[in-house]
Design a binder for this molecule. Structure first.
Ligand SMILES: Nc1nc2c(ncn2[C@@H]2O[C@H](COP(=O)(O)OP(=O)(O)OP(=O)(O)O)[C@@H](O)[C@H]2O)c(=O)[nH]1
Ligand SMILES: [Mg+2]
Length: 222
């Protein structure tokens, strides 16, 4: 990469980081725990969110920002679950950025929100490099993607607080090793919390939502 391109990229990242830091301070002041969900296209982010919202809605005040390159499809799916949802269309961009999230944040009543999910654009590479001001990144991978993804696309796994393995109902039809994916993931990030889930059967969702509730409670105590 030329020196000029490196400088431009550094400027973009530093402007993004500054805005993300402002968003993080705002969310913290309002006691909102924000989760930036990152995965390849179709790993099951929206489906997991639909289940998560149904399970957590009775006890916490939730909101979702749904990022997509094009369409409001994910936002429309989530709105049906009766919580505030804002769609962010990137118009070609392969990740959300802090400016889009900061703008979308104005549509939420933060004083009435405990837990805000940000569904990033389906992509395992670009979203990992952009801070949105979230409390934590959570990376999803479905069992159909193959167990070596943590070492092939390490950035998202390295920066995440948790890994949610999805679609585990399909394991009987695949050659997939849960031990190997855990070993790879922990070699990249030893502190990664791990949840093995199926949104179809409900397996692992109690552990996942329990972890989220614990994170929200810890923020309220801090
Ligand atoms: N078998 C199985 N299929 C699932 C599960 N969760 C989601 N799917 C299916 O996987 C496909 C993609 O799910 P989505 O939730 O739309 O995935 P996504 O990650 O939000 O997709 P993008 O937003 O486009 O990146 C859909 O056909 C879902 O029904 C699951 O637990 N088991
Ligand atoms: Mg989606």
């Amino acid at each position: 990469m030329s020196a000029e391109r490196v400088t431009v990229k550094e400027k973009v990242l530093s402007a993004n980081d500054q805005l993300a830091a402002e968003t993080r301070a705002r969310l913290q002041a309002e006691g909102v725990f924000a989760v930036n969900l990152i995965s390849s296209p179709g790993s099951g982010k929206t489906t997991l969110l639909e289940c998560t919202v149904d399970l957590m809605k009775p006890s916490l005040r939730l909101g979702v920002m749904a990022g997509d390159v094009q369409t409001r499809n994910d936002a429309d799916r989530l709105i049906r679950h009766g919580i505030p949802v804002e769609a962010i269309e990137t118009g070609g961009g392969c990740h959300l950025d802090a400016r889009q999230v900061s703008r979308a944040l104005t549509t939420f009543d933060l004083s009435n929100t405990d837990l805000l999910f940000i569904e990033n654009v389906g992509n395992l590479v670009c979203p990992a490099g952009f801070d949105l001001g979230e409390s934590v990144k959570v990376v999803l991978m479905s069992v159909t993607e193959g167990d070596d993804k943590p070492v092939k696309y390490p950035a998202a796994f390295k920066r995440a607080a948790a890994l949610v393995l999805t679609k585990t109902d399909l394991v009987p039809h695949l050659q997939f090793s849960l031990e190997r994916v855990l070993e790879y993931a922990r070699s990249v990030n030893p502190d990664l919390a791990f949840f093995s889930t199926s949104s179809y059967t409900g397996d692992g969702l109690a552990e996942w939502t329990g972890w989220l509730a614990g994170q929200v409670a810890a923020l309220k105590r801090s």
